[in-house]
Design a protein around this ligand. Sequence first.
Ligand SMILES: Cc1ncc(C[n+]2csc(CCOP(=O)(O)OP(=O)(O)O)c2C)c(N)n1
Length: 347
Amino acid sequence: MLQTARRGRKKTGSEAQAAAAVHERYLEAYRWMLLTRLFEEKLASMYRGGMITGGVYVGKGQEAVSAACGMFLRKGDIFAPLIRDQAGRAAFGEPLVDVARTYLGSRLGPMRGRDGNIHRGKPREGQLAMISHLGAMISVVVGSLMAKRWRGEKDFVGLTTIGEGGMQTGSTHEGLNIAAVERVPLVVVATNNHYAYSTPNEREFACASLVDRALGYGFEGYEMDGTNLNACLETIETAVKRARAGRPPQLVVASILRLAGHGEHDDFSYVTDDIRKEPFAQDCLKCAEVCIRELGLADDATVRNWRDEALRKVDEAVATAQREPAPNAGEEDWCAISTRELCDPVE
Ligand SMILES: Cc1ncc(C[n+]2csc(CCOP(=O)(O)OP(=O)(O)O)c2C)c(N)n1
């Protein structure tokens, strides 16, 4: 639990250490969220200025859920992030410059300038490249986990994310079902951001809550407030631990409002005034800042320094990618990137 040091009885040494560790990881998560927000604001402004070809997709409002997804995975685990998961990708270890390279078409990027935005990945390092936002990744992660099991690897988990729209597809059904049948160490984090593109919840599903599906599939399920960073950290940490310990697959359902368009081409004018007033419509980044101030976790000057440092990193990543060459069609090796460059073991 995230608690103020000012209240209650004096803490014992080990309690104080545990509380400090909780504060530290809260601040670490906040910094991934902040870096992501600033970076995605930069991408959005470059898109509007015509400097990015193709689409830009951001996770505004979803950063707390996403950061928590990346923070409890370790080397040897599998992460299959989707289009709102820049915070999780960063926390899992994706260098910011690789994101800038992908959006700006640099030959030195992980997709060598062939993908415009969010289908990037480094499978050899456990980060799968996204195929589709709508459920395809669940069975890919299940297959990767089964391969690890057959190779005799131990102590690994896989985590993938999905939107509430993606939760309604046939691919998702098949993936969740086979995950439970094979009892793979999988965590699925489903974020209900209340719209699938412009389709609202009432046109997407008719059950009271998506977490009710956990029981039907043979998963263990949790619901959490995706605007509350501490709830995200505690819930996802628990789910990852339980999957790693051999419990059934885990389904975490978060509630938030998407605070941007589906992509930057979308003005999200279909989001109603009523829904914007709901508690789940709060901005998780602002909520985290209030919490940091109220609990005295960091002073204002420190938070300002973090912001300046994040802005420097964003500018550096973009400037580096801008200086780099685009692919040259005549010189390119057009083999499938996914097999030779990214997946095959290095000789
Ligand atoms: C088969 C297929 N149909 C449509 C699309 C276009 N599409 C991509 S994401 C998306 C909406 C996804 O909504 P949701 O799963 O709720 O995730 P969110 O975008 O809200 O994070 C749509 C319609 C697609 N990629 N694939």
